[in-house]
Write a protein that binds this ligand. Structure first.
Ligand code: ATP
Ligand code: MG
Length: 282
């Protein structure tokens, strides 16, 4: 798209500018070199404002999952820092700031019914059943699976299993939702449906979300901002703001603006995948 890109990802639907909202996550010159010497990420600087839906996209191996795991505190940066709500993870964790991680595989316990799968993180946190059960019911209702609470995972379709996985994340009432290619294994129709529902969930809660995908269409449809990464070492190549009304629906997918964003993003991805782009260290 040749028109200048707007600078504020949430201008279209909030009264508070992104710059005025507190940062949820600050990645401060965070770098990742694995023990075997692989330099997965060059120093990355990225601020994610509260309520943003930020998507990471880029060629395979460019460090999307690594960055997401750094943000989740699942792995530590080799250098640099990550701040959550301007504090260290331990501090904000104690202050009630929670995060939930949704992986590409739904990773459900096959022997447990749907409601028990969704309750797992609450059981692990010793939340009493009296408090946990309403949260499980609410989370299942949000993903449209109330009628399947007593089913086993083997009785569900792939899309329904993914919904259970999302319900399990929502049941913990997180402030930060991290999703690594959650719908990558689904057919396009099911993926679109889940994307529609995810937009609504995000919009209801204004839940700060960091999402990883390989799909240009999904990235444009869902995101307030898209970060394109290049590889070797992983680094931010370009950032695109999708300043469109929320919550989005099929109308946006059918619009000329959607097509224009997709074309532009496709060009950027092709550039980010060039060996010349990959070989430059910032
Ligand atoms: N535990 C690890 N030890 C060593 N190298 C790793 C480890 N995890 C990832 N890497 C390497 O770091 C780089 C980035 O990997 P990462 O999984 O973050 O990429 P990605 O962008 O998520 O790729 P994909 O799109 O295929 O999921 C790759 O070169 C990968 O081989
Ligand atoms: Mg990955």
């Amino acid at each position: 798209m040749n028109a200048p890109l707007p600078s504020d990802p949430l201008d279209a639907h909030t009264t508070r500018r992104a710059a005025d909202r507190p940062p949820a996550v600050e990645v401060l010159s965070a770098e990742k070199i694995f023990a075997n010497g692989t330099r997965a990420l060059a120093p990355i600087d990225l601020t994610i404002a509260e309520g943003e839906f930020l998507t990471l996209i880029g060629p395979s191996g460019c460090g999307k999952s690594t960055l997401l795991k750094l943000i989740a505190n699942l792995i530590q940066p080799s250098d640099g820092r990550i701040l959550w709500w301007r504090g260290d993870f331990g501090q904000v964790g104690q202050g009630g700031r929670g995060l939930a991680f949704v992986f590409q595989e739904p990773t459900l316990m096959p022997w447990a019914r749907v409601d028990a799968n969704v309750r797992l993180p609450l059981d692990l946190a010793d939340v009493p059943r009296g408090k946990a059960d309403p949260r499980v019911s609410d989370a299942l209702a949000r993903v449209g699976l109330s009628a399947f609470a007593r089913h086993f995972p083997r009785q569900l379709s792939g899309g329904m299993k993914m919904r259970v996985s999302i319900a399990r994340a929502l049941a913990t009432d997180p402030n930060l939702l991290l999703m690594d290619e959650p719908f990558g294994a689904l057919d396009e129709f099911t993926r679109n449906k889940l994307d529609d529902d995810l937009v609504k969930l995000w919009w209801e809660r204004k839940l700060t979300t960091v999402f990883v995908t390989h799909s240009i269409y999904e990235a444009v449809f869902l995101s307030t901002r898209i970060v394109v990464l290049a590889a070797n070492p992983g680094r931010i190549f370009r950032t695109m703001t999708i300043d469109e009304p929320q919550p989005r629906s099929q109308d946006f997918r059918d619009s000329a603006r959607f097509a224009a964003y997709c074309r532009e993003l496709s060009t950027w991805l092709a550039e980010a995948s060039l060996p010349s782009a990959s070989g430059v260290t910032p």
